[in-house]
Each structure stands twice: as structure tokens, then as C-alpha cells.
Design a protein around this ligand. Structure first.
Ligand SMILES: CC(C)(COP(=O)(O)OP(=O)(O)OC[C@H]1O[C@@H](n2cnc3c(N)ncnc32)[C@H](O)[C@@H]1OP(=O)(O)O)[C@@H](O)C(=O)NCCC(=O)NCCS
Length: 161
């Protein structure tokens, strides 16, 4: 049982998200980029992990037809390795399956083995490389894809039952 809770993002969370961005990403998003992202509720779902009123991690996903795109995922450095990102991913996976999402994709820096290990646990597999995707740090990104359709999923209700 985790000590933190997962909830949908609110506008007042943006300073905390910026703190995670600045601490964890070589090319952090700006306040306006974050505000744009979280305002776009038709196609985006941003969630935060909250511990004692403090935001310790966040995840942003985008829906494109029946696909889920992971836009960002970060945990405050002091809280890494406790399962925060895993619980954010679990929540997004559950929500995506309920929405009927079939596939998920993301880009991850080629050297970011920690994030890759996390994603591989969700069935993501590398399918290609985007050269110099991270322009400032001149690093390639791996393109990962995963299937969300459970092999052991029970068949849905029949229409003529
Ligand atoms: C990648 C990142 C999001 C992972 O966040 P996290 O909250 O530390 O992730 P988790 O704790 O859920 O999982 C990470 C590890 O902790 C382990 N872990 C999970 N629960 C744990 C617990 N209760 N106690 C100790 N370790 C635990 C996991 O098994 C995992 O181990 P592994 O790295 O050997 O696979 C975080 O390191 C980060 O913000 N990195 C910088 C930004 C980034 O790279 N984002 C992804 C961009 S695509």
C-alpha cells in the first residue's frame, strides 16, 4: 500500500510540475507549455502523485485515436525508487484499457536505461530510433510501442445475448 495518492492535475499544481521538470529533464518544459498541455483535457490526461500535500511525481499522456502517447513522466529526485512512477503508470494503464486504447507509444533517451526498464515492464518494445531527437543534448531517442490488449482478456458481451 502506497503512502501517496494519484489524482488528476489541477492548474495550481503547475509550479510543482515545473520543479520536477527542472530537476529531472535536460530540456525542461516551460510554464506555458505545461499550462497548454493540462488545459487540453479533450486529448490529454495528466495525473499527479501527492504525498502530504506535496506533488512527488507526475505523468502526462495524450490520446490519438485508439493510441496512447506518453508525453512526460517524472518523479521528484528525493522520491525515486519507491514505486511512484509505477503507480502513475498503473493508473494510466487502467484508464487507457477502460477507454479501449489498443496501443501505446513514447520516445525515451537512448541512455535512459532506468526509464526504459520501467517501460519494458509494461510490454513496451523498441521499434526504431529518432536521431538527435533531444537537440540540445544531441541524443537519440528510442521509439517504443506496447500493446494494451490483454492476451488473457475475456471476450466482451455478445450483441445478441
Ligand atoms: C524514470 C523515473 C520516472 C522513474 O521514477 P520512479 O518513481 O523512481 O520509478 P519507480 O520507483 O516506480 O520504479 C523505478 C525503480 O524503483 C523500483 N521500485 C519500485 N517500487 C519500489 C519500492 N517500494 N522500493 C524500492 N524500489 C522500488 C522499481 O522496481 C524500479 O526498479 P528498476 O529501476 O530496477 O526497474 C524517474 O527516475 C525520473 O523522473 N527520471 C527522470 C525523468 C525521466 O527520465 N522520465 C522518463 C522520460 S521518457
Amino acid at each position: 500500500m502506497n503512502d501517496w495518492t494519484i489524482r488528476l492535475v489541477q492548474r495550481r499544481d503547475v509550479p510543482d510540475l515545473l520543479a520536477i521538470e527542472n530537476a529531472q529533464f535536460p530540456e525542461p518544459w516551460t510554464k506555458n507549455m505545461l499550462l497548454d498541455e493540462i488545459s487540453n483535457v479533450e486529448t490529454r490526461r495528466y495525473t499527479v502523485a501527492v504525498l502530504d500535500g506535496r506533488i512527488i511525481g507526475y505523468l502526462g499522456v495524450m490520446f490519438v485515436l485508439d493510441e496512447l502517447h506518453i508525453n512526460t513522466l517524472g518523479t521528484l529526485p528525493a522520491f525515486e525508487g519507491r514505486g511512484v512512477a509505477t503507480s502513475l503508470m498503473d493508473d494510466a494503464w487502467r484508464d487507457a484499457k477502460e477507454r479501449g486504447v489498443k496501443r501505446a507509444t513514447l520516445e525515451v533517451a537512448a541512455s535512459n536505461h532506468r526509464a526504459q526498464r520501467l517501460y519494458y515492464r509494461y510490454g513496451f518494445k523498441p521499434v526504431g530510433v529518432r536521431k538527435n531527437y533531444y537537440e540540445r543534448i544531441k541524443e537519440d531517442a528510442l521509439i517504443l510501442w506496447a500493446d494494451l490488449v490483454d492476451e488473457d482478456a475475456s471476450p466482451g458481451p455478445t450483441l445478441d445475448a
